[in-house]
Design a protein around this ligand. Structure first.
Ligand code: 5GP
Ligand code: ZN
Length: 145
């Protein structure tokens, strides 16, 4: 898939916009986020332009994600953080601002600025089974391939 000339991350891939590079591989690139929510906040992206995770071919996703454990390990070791959030936003409603798939690697400290709410709910009777069945059926139809 050709890179999108209007996309800020495609410009980073092409070297038109500089970045603090961490990994430079055939299918993936990692660099520090320019607006870090914590020092060491990193982004892992595919070199090719895909807007959201669900549009990525499995092989392209695998080629990007294979470097995620090493990136998390390196960020953790260098920052000395207590924990790490791996976050991936799809769509504006989910907080995605840059429409080129990216995985946030966010170091966490007790006194850090970044936090989020986890408003756990409950299913109504039967809802969990019907939802699980519908998603299973969709997966078995190959919709996600
Ligand atoms: P999103 O909200 O789309 O999940 O996250 C986009 C991230 O990209 C933001 O955290 C933002 O700081 C980062 N970002 C946007 N433009 C640039 C840029 O030109 N360079 C770098 N390194 N990060 C960027
Ligand atoms: Zn792009």
């Amino acid at each position: 898939m050709p890179n999108d000339p209007d996309c800020v991350f495609c410009k980073i891939v092409a070297g038109v916009i500089p970045c603090a590079k961490l990994l430079d591989e055939e299918h993936a690139l990692a660099f520090l986020d320019i607006g870090p929510v914590a020092p060491g906040h990193a982004l892992l992206i595919p070199r090719d332009h895909y807007e959201t995770m669900d549009t990525m071919p499995p092989d392209a996703a695998a080629a990007m994600f294979r470097r995620l454990p090493a990136l998390v390990k390196a960020v953790r070791a260098v920052t000395g953080c207590e924990g790490v959030n791996v976050l991936q936003n799809n769509g504006a409603i989910a907080g995605q601002v840059v429409p080129h798939v990216h995985v946030h690697v966010i170091p966490r400290e007790p006194a850090g600025r970044f936090s989020f709410n986890w408003p756990a709910g409950q299913y109504e009777k039967g809802q969990i089974d019907s939802l699980a069945r519908a998603i299973r059926e969709r997966l078995s139809q190959g919709e996600m391939q």
